[in-house]
Write a protein that binds this ligand. Structure first.
Ligand SMILES: [Zn+2]
Length: 78
């Protein structure tokens, strides 16, 4: 039973991992995407509408971790 024990410290310990990963996969750093409030996959899918209107708190958290906009979270395109 470990409940609520991950509240302190770095909220996203895998930040650098995701940055390198997103840079390699999508040609864009997740941190830069989030800092400019854009989708990390915008360069990879410039023809899509990347909606930054998130449907709920979980989607916002997901964006902060992965840099995926609502559209990309909803759409499993490769
Ligand atoms: Zn997107």
């Amino acid at each position: 039973m470990t409940n609520g024990s991950v509240k302190s410290g770095d909220k996203y310990p895998n930040r650098l991992y995701y940055d390198n990963e997103s840079l390699a996969m999508f040609g864009r750093s997740r941190t830069l995407a989030i800092m400019s409030s854009t989708c990390v996959r915008q360069l990879q899918h410039p023809d899509k509408r990347h909606s930054m209107r998130f449907t709920d708190a979980d989607s916002i958290n997901e964006y902060r971790i992965t840099g995926f906009c609502q559209t990309c979270q909803d759409t499993p395109y490769g």
